[in-house]
Design a protein around this ligand. Structure first.
Ligand SMILES: [Zn+2]
Length: 183
């Protein structure tokens, strides 16, 4: 190569490096492993090999890539967490209300049971005095009172079973949301 040729080559290569070589760094695609040229002014692009969209993160002279799907997943996870926290608060209030309801029902049921026992006592006394009007009245009264409280207690137990069922459901839901909140 003569000196002119050499100079010309140098000039072209110099021009090329000045005009054509923009500031870019080469990174590897996180998705397919292909080579990526990341230019200074790029903050989002798609991999030429696999088409996955990348976001460029620049921090203190370092450049990192994340696939857009990762970013979306993170946002999704954040949204899920917030939703789970809200759901937990609602379910917790629901659970408290159900516990209060169950405790109320247990008290009512136990009162009805006491009334049934008292009614049986009255019935027996009424039987002993059945030759008198008062005794017959007591028998009739105790049968009515006993029957009424028997139905009351049965109703309480039925609702209590339903409340317990709801509580189990609510607690199961809470467990699921706790797992999302705790990651
Ligand atoms: Zn790729």
């Amino acid at each position: 190569m003569d000196s002119h040729g050499y100079l010309l080559t140098r000039l072209v290569s110099c021009l090329y490096s000045t005009c054509m070589s923009e500031d870019f760094i080469q990174l590897t695609c996180r998705s397919c492993g292909g080579k990526l040229n990341v230019y200074d002014d790029t903050d989002r692009f798609a991999c030429a090999s696999c088409g996955v969209e990348m976001i460029v993160h620049r921090r203190g002279g370092t450049v990192a890539l994340s696939a857009v799907t990762d970013a979306i997943k993170q946002v999704q996870a954040g949204t899920d967490k917030v939703a789970a926290e809200l759901a937990l608060a609602r379910l917790s209030a629901e659970s408290d209300a159900l516990h209060a309801r169950a405790s109320d029902l247990r008290v009512k049921s136990s009162k009805a049971f006491t009334c049934i026992v008292a009614a049986i006592g009255c019935f027996l006394v009424g039987l002993m005095l059945s030759s008198t009007n008062a005794g017959q009245g007591l028998v009739v009264f105790s049968v009515i009172a006993g029957g009424f409280n028997y139905l009351k207690k049965k109703g309480c137990q039925q609702i209590l079973t339903e409340v317990r069922h709801q509580l189990r459901h609510v607690e199961g839901e809470m467990q699921k949301h706790r797992m999302i909140v705790n990651g």
